[in-house]
Design a protein around this ligand. Structure first.
Ligand code: PAF
Length: 282
């Protein structure tokens, strides 16, 4: 694996690659990221001149003023060790390489970016989409991979790629979970021991809602309300629990068969995110 931190070095290294698969990350890598690296390799075989590129960049543009940008875990040495063997090129630009001047041009994400996670994190998806577009232009991959745990992020990236005609295929990787079901996330390490055992309850709630819908429950408002009340009673502070159409992430319509239940809630200062897909069959 070769690690570079400037765009010029990266371009020189990639000039001979016949196909590039790209996994953008903010580092503090876990099995969810490594799963995306493996998926990337499946897309571009080394023997055919294929190259797997990963980036680690904690993007200031997608953090709000009171969010965890400064304390976001930066673990470059451990990350490099984890990537050895699975990635060909690692791009780790410093902030002034990505933003040499103040960024005044942004991607304006679709209106759905103001709902769900966007409601509690104004500007987050605008900053995320802007850096993803920059990274795609810098790396110029044929395929880019993102985790389904950040379901709304993946949806917005797909919309950006489709509507701006970007020449890249987007692949979503399944959420990787701890043995007890908790979705892996770099933010899990903020959890105290007691909160870590409670954290699993978020996925349990989603599984319960999925089962209820599969068993015929159609009053999703009631399901959402019950889930929120249960979480609050257990000490969570809830941003949202929402049953949405998978295609557009708008509130579930009766005619839609492919749904997704999304949730974001906090334990102490730690904000956890999860989702589960529901497919209705007659
Ligand atoms: O999901 C992430 O880690 C980030 O939002 C991404 C896609 C790397 C953009 O900064």
């Amino acid at each position: 694996m070769q690690a570079v931190s400037t765009i010029a070095e990266l371009r020189a290294l990639l000039s001979k690659a016949r196909a590039i698969a790209f996994v953008p990350t903010m580092g503090n890598l876990h099995e969810g990221h490594l799963n995306l690296m493996r998926l990337a390799r499946e897309n571009v075989a080394r023997e055919h001149g294929g190259c797997v590129v990963a980036s680690i960049f904690v993007n200031p543009l997608q953090f709000g003023p009171n969010e965890d940008f400064d304390r976001y875990p930066r673990t470059l040495e451990a990350d490099c060790a984890k990537l050895q063997g699975s990635v060909d090129v690692l791009f780790t630009p410093p902030v002034n390489e990505m933003y040499p001047a103040q960024q005044t041009v942004f991607v304006e994400p679709p209106p759905i970016a103001n709902e769900l996670c966007g409601a509690a994190r104004p500007g987050h998806f605008r900053g995320m989409a802007t850096v993803v577009l920059k990274l795609l232009n810098i790396v110029q991959p044929q395929v880019a991979l993102f985790g389904k745990k950040d379901y709304q992020q993946l949806h917005i990236i797909r919309q950006m790629v489709a509507q701006l005609n970007l020449p890249v295929g987007i692949v979503g990787g399944e959420t990787v979970r701890a043995a007890d079901g908790l979705a892996l996330s770099s933010r899990n390490q903020y959890l105290s021991e007691a909160d870590r055992s409670e954290a699993i309850f978020l996925y349990k709630i989603l599984q319960g809602m999925q089962l209820a819908i599969l068993q015929g429950e159609r009053d999703v408002e009631r399901l959402q309300q019950q889930a929120v009340e249960t979480l609050i009673a257990r000490g969570w502070s809830v941003d949202y629990v929402a049953v949405r159409n998978r295609s557009d992430l708008l509130p579930a319509s009766q005619s839609q068969r492919d749904l997704v239940i999304l949730a974001a809630a906090r334990l102490g200062n730690t904000r956890l995110l999860d989702n589960i897909e529901v497919c209705l069959v007659d």
